[in-house]
Design a protein around this ligand. Structure first.
Ligand SMILES: [Zn+2]
Length: 71
């Protein structure tokens, strides 16, 4: 979702120049953000209990149901 807004952020200035350019910039920005998220370990959350990957932003692990982040 954040990638969509980042893409939009880059696409809006580009749309003043050309709509085709805006589309290209928009797609490139989304790919860039998703690519960055994939290679950066901080973007991936792992359950400390069962060591499996959990969805970002969720408080509990959907595998074992325990809290992912210590409080
Ligand atoms: Zn778990």
């Amino acid at each position: 979702m954040a990638a969509f807004f980042v893409g939009l952020l880059f696409a809006v200035p580009a749309s003043f120049l050309s709509s085709v350019l805006a589309t290209i910039v928009f797609v490139l920005a989304i790919l860039l953000v998703y690519g960055y998220a994939l290679v950066t370990p901080g973007f991936q959350a792992y359950c400390p209990h069962c060591r499996r990957r959990v969805r970002l932003g969720s408080d509990t692990c959907h595998h074992c149901g325990r809290g992912v982040f210590p409080r």
